[in-house]
Design a protein around this ligand. Sequence first.
Ligand code: AMP
Length: 116
Amino acid sequence: MYDDKNIFAKILRKEIPCNKVYENEHSLFFKDINPQARIHVLGIPKIECIDFPDFILVANDKTVSSFFRSVDLVVDKLNIRDDGFRIISNSGINGGQEVPHFHIHILAGEKIGSLR
Ligand code: AMP
């Protein structure tokens, strides 16, 4: 079950601040508080969903499409399309997810190391 006390839910309710990069009706993008690369931005949908499978389950097609199109828009906003970037979404225990609100990480600005 979705825990609405998680930190990203609080950011969406504006109970705690974030360093916003982009926002629209369906999603919010902000800088990670503990960046793992020169550019580290998180993207979250505005609906209550725990992880990637939950997002696909509960979101309608318009929301799913809008979210991923926003990722592409943020790639342009960050000016990282040409040099490249990495998109990650940790899901569940084996994925190492810490915050139980679906999010994607956009890492860029330098060569991102190997996954292992
Ligand atoms: P994950 O391990 O995929 O759940 O990633 C959670 C991410 O959220 C980590 O990279 C944290 O640094 C980041 N994070 C946690 N709290 C905040 C916050 N208040 N503002 C921005 N990023 C945060």
